[in-house]
Ligand binder design. Structure first.
Ligand SMILES: [Zn+2]
Length: 207
């Protein structure tokens, strides 16, 4: 199954200075591939789920890489390279430093809703560079962006409102823990659908 997800830019939701190059590259789309029997289980934890990986479209030798087929099953991959799962921060830094558009370099393999959430979260990182010194706020922007993109693509994904609400609530719990760790107040999640739809409308092309 191959789906082109719309990933329009989402407004800055966190204090200025959290990112040093917010939206350096306006996000457009993310190609997502999954086996037909992918899991719609909406349970989310703070850990990256297995079998979620960014596969390289072209040779990207400056990023840490591993064979994609070690991580993505059921997609018929052979010798394709993937961004090593530990290399998300490297990709965030290096794609920005070299001004390489993420959608020219990578597509997402994920076989679960949790994998799709974290893949979209990372997709937000790749388009918004920051020093990552304010982790809770940085992650908050990426969580909220991932939730907005999931809602915007709900028909293509086959995601219903209860599943989205459940993801949003789980993301809120994970985010609140980060804020607690940094001694900050609780972030403004969970999101409601009306808020997310406003962001998506604002980013829709005019004309
Ligand atoms: Zn993150």
């Amino acid at each position: 199954m191959r789906t082109i997800l719309e990933t329009p830019p989402v407004p800055l939701l966190v204090p200025h200075g959290v990112f040093d190059a917010f939206g350096w590259c306006p996000s457009r789309t993310l190609e997502w591939r999954a086996p037909d029997a992918w899991s719609r289980e909406a349970r989310l934890t703070a850990d990256n789920p297995p079998r979620m990986v960014f596969v390289m479209k072209t040779d990207v030798p400056f990023l840490p890489r591993e064979l994609a087929r070690l991580h993505a099953v059921g997609l018929g991959l052979d010798r394709e390279w993937a961004l090593a799962p530990y290399g998300i921060d490297d990709a965030t830094d290096e794609l920005y430093a070299r001004r390489l558009r993420p959608d020219d370099a990578l597509w997402l393999a994920a076989d679960s809703l949790a994998g799709l959430f974290w893949g979209l979260h990372d997709w937000a990182h790749f388009h918004n560079h920051g020093p990552f010194t304010r982790r809770a706020w940085t992650e908050h922007q990426c969580d909220a962006t991932a939730l907005a993109w999931l809602w915007g693509n709900r028909r293509a994904i086959g995601l219903d409102r209860p599943a989205w609400d459940s993801l949003s609530a789980a993301a809120e719990r994970i985010g609140a823990e980060r804020f607690r760790e940094e001694g900050l107040g609780v972030p403004p999640l969970p999101l409601d659908v009306a808020t997310v739809e406003q962001w998506l409308v604002r980013s829709a092309p005019r004309g």
